[in-house]
Design a protein around this ligand. Structure first.
Ligand SMILES: [Zn+2]
Length: 132
């Protein structure tokens, strides 16, 4: 974890005694870090931002939509519409909450959409075959 000045949040070397940016003493007279709690809190927030979205939650709707779509492929479209609806809700919810799972939602929508289109084509072919 990079050390930061408790006063101005400037990145500082481990060996630095006085902040080069604001001139505050990094250590108190006993040699302890000044306000170490604040320092580490800032450090933690910093690492949360820099580590990207690995700490973000995966959107449950998107995941549910994805799973339902996959299940539908193997079950003759059993949860097809549910999968599509969950995926769409998941995609919107992901964007609003800035969560992970957009990929799941998009795959869920694509699978559902392809399956529905194939179903419509198949139904249309059946309709024309029997209407002659
Ligand atoms: Zn400083």
């Amino acid at each position: 974890m990079p050390k930061r000045c408790y006063n101005c949040n400037q990145k500082i070397e481990d060996s630095t005694l006085v902040c080069p940016n604001c001139g505050k003493n990094i250590y108190d007279e006993n040699g302890n870090l000044n306000r170490p709690k604040v320092l580490y809190e800032l450090g933690d927030k910093q690492s949360t931002f820099t580590s990207g979205d690995s700490n973000l939650q995966t959107n449950k709707f998107a995941l549910a939509g994805f799973i339902l779509s996959i299940i539908s492929v193997f079950t003759n479209g059993l949860f097809l519409w549910l999968g599509l609806i969950f995926s769409i809700i998941g995609l919107i919810d992901c964007k609003q909450r800035n969560q992970k799972g957009k990929t799941y939602a998009i795959i869920g929508i694509v699978i559902s959409a392809i399956y529905i289109i194939l179903g419509i084509i198949f139904a249309a072919l059946l309709y024309f075959a029997f209407s002659k």
